[in-house]
Design a protein around this ligand. Structure first.
Ligand code: ADP
Ligand code: MG
Length: 206
């Protein structure tokens, strides 16, 4: 695989911008069913990754993703840091062991990475967490959906967490009172998916 990913700094900037723009909203969502820090946590993580963007661009993609995962674990904190970190580290590891090339192995690598997040969080689908966006996104990717299709399913999946009762994380302590609010982790995950798809779409069109 080629070393050096010239698209990576732009992708990282797109993710950072999406989180910075929505950090207050993510904190408000987390105030409703958690402790109000999700936007701050994610912003710190994105800033830390952004600071490493040039170094990351010099690495082969699997190693860059693994490194991003480690940086997220160290910088995001909270429950979401290790979960986002696991996602990126496992995705990188999955792509590193690929013998066919990134284009062929992205979907199975993403699938394994999402399963690793579920194991890390001892969580399953339907418990009102970021997994309720990750699983639908993985399903769209495995169906070779368009970038627009993946992004709109991610945003719709985050909306669907409003009706769910939380089974994991701080929100689970609220029981039925968690119903009627969007999960902050699902929201950040949808915003990041949307930002990534838009950026990749612009690259394709360029
Ligand atoms: P904390 O809850 O420690 O303050 P954050 O506010 O940054 O951490 O992240 C909260 C988000 O993390 C939740 O909205 C949810 O999506 C996700 N989350 C928390 N616990 C779990 C878990 N056990 N499994 C999956 N996702 C979880
Ligand atoms: Mg929180």
């Amino acid at each position: 695989m080629e070393a050096g990913q010239s698209f990576l700094p732009g992708l990282i900037e797109a993710c950072r911008a999406a989180i910075a723009l929505n950090a207050d909203r993510l904190c408000l969502l987390d105030e409703e069913i958690g402790d109000g820090d999700h936007g701050t946590n994610m912003r710190r993580g994105c800033d830390a990754v952004f600071a490493e963007r040039d170094m990351l661009a010099d690495l082969p993609l699997p190693q860059a993703l693994e490194r991003i995962g480690m940086t997220l674990v160290m910088s995001v904190g909270g429950a979401s840091g290790p979960l986002y970190g696991t996602l990126l580290m496992e995705l990188g590891r999955g792509l590193a062991t690929d013998e066919f090339g990134v284009g062929h192995s992205f979907s199975p690598a993403l699938s394994r990475a999402v399963d690793a997040v579920a194991r890390r969080g001892r969580s399953v689908a339907g418990e009102k967490t970021l997994l309720d966006v990750l699983y639908p996104v993985q399903a769209e990717v495995s169906m070779h959906s368009t970038l627009d299709g993946i992004a709109s399913e991610a945003l719709a999946a985050a909306e669907r967490t409003v009706a769910m009762k939380a089974g994991r994380g701080r929100a689970a302590f609220l029981g039925n009172r968690s119903i009627g609010h969007m999960d902050p982790g699902a929201c950040s995950c949808a915003l990041l998916t949307d930002a990534i798809c838009r950026y990749l779409g612009e690259l394709e069109g360029a």
